[in-house]
Design a protein around this ligand. Structure first.
Ligand code: EPU
Length: 419
């Protein structure tokens, strides 16, 4: 266990490059199971989730090398239907193995994935999509997901626009010889990136970026070299860090149009920044005004994963801001920590909250409840007076590569302490 110690109040200054997307890496790495040929993935984030997914793939028979943000991987044969139980217990994204295991092997077993504190997050959408493709549920499915059968082409309507269920459906359809139509598909940037990778493997996919995907699967797929997209969530977090500290920061490699709603809200609040191609420069903003409605939604709506860090900015804005968290009923857990630091936030119900600002924040020991809540705690520490200690940073390490070092390069006083 480690923790971060932050001494707040330092305006960030300098230039940073946005790293690669965790949520694109996970399904793409899982999808390398679809072929027995070599895949080379560039721009891979060196984060805990990458190593967890690689641990699963190793058990299944994949051979790989991971260095300098490049993974060279080949799975000549899948050795077992059983997905590593220990990793599944702490990484919810293990569910992404269902699609590729069924497509290549025709069977898979894994316990129900753990690791989530955000809400109920049923996996019904995943299981129903696969059943629609002819996959059989085996046994009582009480403790373990046991599925049999190679997915067949189908016309599918998702129960909701679930990101990872869409990814499982597209991957499952990739080796189904024929046309699969997936309606109510999620269109988050990472779903689109997965589709572009699958095209490189030889799959034909129409409708990328729309809610209807038409996947023409192939009997056999080949290897490919692919560069993983950069992380719009990390980009947004860095922009917020710069604004909060009234810094002058240039952020390069930003997927600008993945964040259209985010820029609109910042403009509404009076934030000072410029965008040129994929470069965003944040300037010190004297006064931020409250945000009338921060409404999270599926893409291209405001990403739920940026809601906690954005709320920290709302604590520094003049007036009453309203937040409607439409997706996760457990996403406001971090609010108690912010309130302890001095924020004035009223939670109406699990989906709605009001923030009164501006309120000065004071440093203290706060917990990181999940990955994005952890990022919010770091941002709060950067703007707070005095010393903030952020514990349970293993969540942050799951998704942000060397976040402390990135912030240090901008002048932040943040240090990792190993307990
Ligand atoms: N939901 C709706 N309406 C919808 C779609 C989803 O209310 O139309 C609700 C679901 O009921 C659920 C929640 O939203 O409670 C999330 O659903 P989804 O199935 O889309 O989530 P996921 O696929 O399990 C991925 C990301 C999450 C991210 C969500 C939402 C990966 C590996 N995980 O999860 O990422 O929060 O989509 O965008 O891609 C993170 O990176 O910190 C993270 C938690």
């Amino acid at each position: 266990m480690s923790h971060f110690v932050i001494h707040g109040g330092v305006p960030l200054k300098g230039t940073v490059q946005v790293g690669a997307s965790k949520n694109a890496m996970l399904p793409i790495l899982a999808a390398t199971l679809l072929t027995d040929e070599l895949c080379i993935l560039n721009n891979v984030p060196d984060i805990k989730d990458t190593h967890s997914m690689l641990a699963i793939l190793k058990d299944l028979g994949s051979e790989f090398e991971f260095k300098n943000h490049t993974i060279t991987i080949q799975t000549k044969k899948i050795k077992t239907r059983q997905v590593n139980k220990e990793v599944v217990s702490h990484m919810r994204a293990s569910i992404l193995l269902l699609g590729p295991m069924l497509a290549r092997l025709g069977k898979v077993s894994m316990p129900y994935p753990g690791g989530c504190v955000l809400g109920a997050r049923s996996i019904d959408t995943h299981l129903e999509v696969l059943r629609d493709m002819g996959v059989k549920w085996e046994g009582d499915m009480d403790d373990e997901i046991v599925l049999d059968g190679k997915p067949k082409p189908a016309d599918i309507v998702l129960k909701e626009m679930s990101v990872t269920a869409t990814e499982n459906a597209v991957i499952a359809a990739s080796l189904a010889d024929g046309e699969t139509t997936i309606r109510l598909a999620a269109i988050e940037p990472h779903v689109q990136d997965l589709c572009r990778f699958l095209i490189q493997l030889g799959v034909d996919i129409k409708g990328i970026g729309t809610h209807t995907l038409v996947v023409s699967g192939k009997k056999k797929l080949h290897g490919a070299t692919y560069r993983i997209t950069s992380d719009y969530l990390q980009a947004g977090t860095l922009v917020l860090a710069a604004l909060l500290t009234k810094g002058t920061v240039t952020i390069q490699g930003v997927p600008i149009h993945d964040l259209d709603v985010f820029w609109n809200l910042l403009r509404e609040m009076g934030a000072q920044f410029t965008i040129k191609n994929d470069v965003v420069t944040v300037h010190p903003t004297k006064r931020l005004v409250a945000c009338k409605r921060l409404q999270t939604n599926v893409f291209p709506g405001f990403p739920t994963d940026l809601q906690p860090p954005f709320t920290v900015l709302l604590t520094q804005a003049q007036g009453t801001s309203y937040i409607h968290e439409a997706l996760f009923e457990g996403r406001f857990a971090y609010v108690s920590e912010l309130k302890n630091m001095g924020a004035d936030i009223r939670i109406e119900n699990p989906h709605e909250a009001y923030v009164e600002g501006p309120t000065p924040l004071s440093g203290m020991t706060v917990r990181s409840f999940d990955l994005r809540a952890g990022a919010a705690m770091i941002l709060a520490g950067l703007v707070a007076k005095g010393k903030t200690t952020v514990t349970q940073i293993q969540y942050i390490d799951r998704g942000y590569e060397d976040f402390d070092e990135t912030l240090q390069s901008l002048g932040a006083k943040i240090h990792r302490v190993d307990d």
